[in-house]
Design a protein around this ligand. Structure first.
Ligand code: HEM
Length: 411
């Protein structure tokens, strides 16, 4: 087994890392607690390795290898079947979501069309709204003295924000928020499919409304944008809007939950960021390095090629473990450790992705997370875990925390 050297592993050797990789399934809830320990062992032994799970895929855990894939859309397509979350709207399976799942010129045209809604200035302009809904949500919580901060705070704010960015009216944002939470809380696939159908119909109504009366909002822009001379079809738009909501909501909600857990675990860190709100921006950046909410996304090989010495065939599916790249000892000293004062590595962390699909919403996410944490620390200064609480982390496409049962002094 090769440890910490970055050397190529012995081809074909049946090492422990290879055995771990062969059985690795990011969608298995059982891996969540030790996900980064397992990924670290795999990365140090074989940064590119085959898994036999989910009908077979190639697990990529090394920084250089993940970056190479993300920066070569001519060899690795963003369209991938079967490594993401289960399809809750079955008709949508065949549709390819513009931008998210397309590559090169088609992708560039879409990205250029939407760019203006995701600039730092547009993100900054959302700050007041984010702060207002954080305050409103927290004002209702204060007298209760106890709550699960995941369902009553971290999951409350982001769906309203992405709803506003899309251009939904206030009541529609509340509808969206309620239904996306019901979707992700569903306990069975059948239940998720039922909610998913209602949700898809709602989005279709919004899309049709904007086809006939386009406004100056993100959803109208998605409905009217053209790539290669064509606007997107209805199924493509519904899928794209679902992915846009998930990209804006799940990532931010789960990042915020992970951030709160980090603060509960480390009282010195909590004291520092509570005393100096200016530290929240670097805190968020280190969080996205160490515990990125987008934990693993896929690519499909479009032409026979090689990666990290492993031959790959057209059609092979790759899973990029972004958080593992960010802990790669070849680039990040003590990468497993959360360090607020971490010196900037010459290699940028990959928590926001890399290459042409790099996170479009990162400026917005930074604003949301900073404000959500600042308002929480100010409204519930002494929140602490319930004495009998067990906290369960989650892992999959998205990394987060299942529940945060806490209490605080009532005022
Ligand atoms: C902490 C929160 C977030 C993290 C860690 C994050 C991370 C990522 C990552 C890693 C990717 C690239 C995935 C890939 O290449 O396979 C991505 C793409 C994307 N993100 Fe985020 N994201 C976050 C928040 C947001 C928010 C709030 C939005 C707002 C809508 C957003 C919108 C997008 C979009 C539209 C893409 C696709 C870009 C493209 O395909 O060109 N993200 N994000």
């Amino acid at each position: 087994m090769v440890l910490n050297t970055g050397d190529a592993p012995t081809p074909g050797a049946d090492t422990e890392p290879r055995a771990l990789a062969r059985g690795f399934n990011h969608l298995d809830p059982a891996i969540a607690e030790r996900a980064y320990e397992t990924l670290g062992t795999i990365r140090r032994g074989c940064p590119v390795a085959r898994s036999g799970e989910l009908e077979g895929f190639v697990l990529v855990t090394g920084y250089d290898e993940i970056r190479e894939v993300a920066q070569a859309p001519d060899r690795f397509s963003a369209y991938v079947d079967g490594l993401g979350a289960a399809a809750v709207v079955t008709e949508m399976r065949e549709a390819v979501a513009p931008m998210f799942e397309t590559d090169e010129e088609h992708h560039h045209q879409w990205r250029r069309a939407l760019m203006d809604f995701f600039t730092p200035a547009v993100a900054a302009a959302q700050e007041q709204y984010v702060r207002a809904i954080c305050r409103e949500t927290l004002q209702e919580l204060i007298p209760r003295g106890a709550a699960d901060l995941v369902c009553s705070y971290t999951q409350q704010v982001p769906p309203l924000v992405i709803g506003r960015v899309l251009g939904l009216a206030e009541l529609e944002r509340a509808w969206l928020s309620e239904h996306v939470r019901a979707l992700y809380d569903a306990e069975t696939l059948t239940e998720a499919q039922q909610v998913g159908r209602v949700y898809a119909d709602f989005l279709l109504g919004q899309i049709r409304e904007r086809r006939s009366h386009p406004a100056r909002d993100l959803l109208s822009c998605m409905v009217t944008a053209e790539a290669d001379g064509h606007a997107a079809g209805e199924d493509e738009l519904v899928k794209m809007t679902m992915l846009m909501v998930a990209a804006g909501h799940l990532t931010t909600a789960d990042s915020c939950a992970t951030a709160i857990l980090q603060l509960l675990d480390d009282s010195a860190l909590r004291e520092r960021v509570t005393g100096d709100a200016g530290l929240l921006a670097p805190f968020v950046e280190e969080l996205v390095r160490c515990e990125p909410a987008v934990a693993a996304t896929g690519r499909t090989v479009t032409a026979d090629t090689q990666l990290g010495g492993m031959p790959l065939s057209t059609g092979d599916r790759l899973l990029l473990a972004w958080g593992s790249a960010n802990r790669d000892e070849r680039h990040f000293a003590d990468g497993e450790v959360f360090r607020l004062d971490r010196e900037r590595s010459r290699a940028p962390h990959l928590g926001w992705g890399a290459g042409e699909h790099r996170c479009l919403g990162r400026h917005l996410a930074r604003v949301e997370l900073r404000v959500m944490l600042e308002e929480l620390l100010s409204a519930l200064p002494d929140f602490r875990l319930q004495p009998d609480a067990t906290v369960r982390r989650t892992f999959g496409v998205i990394r987060g925390v299942a529940a945060l049962p806490v209490r605080w002094s009532r005022r």
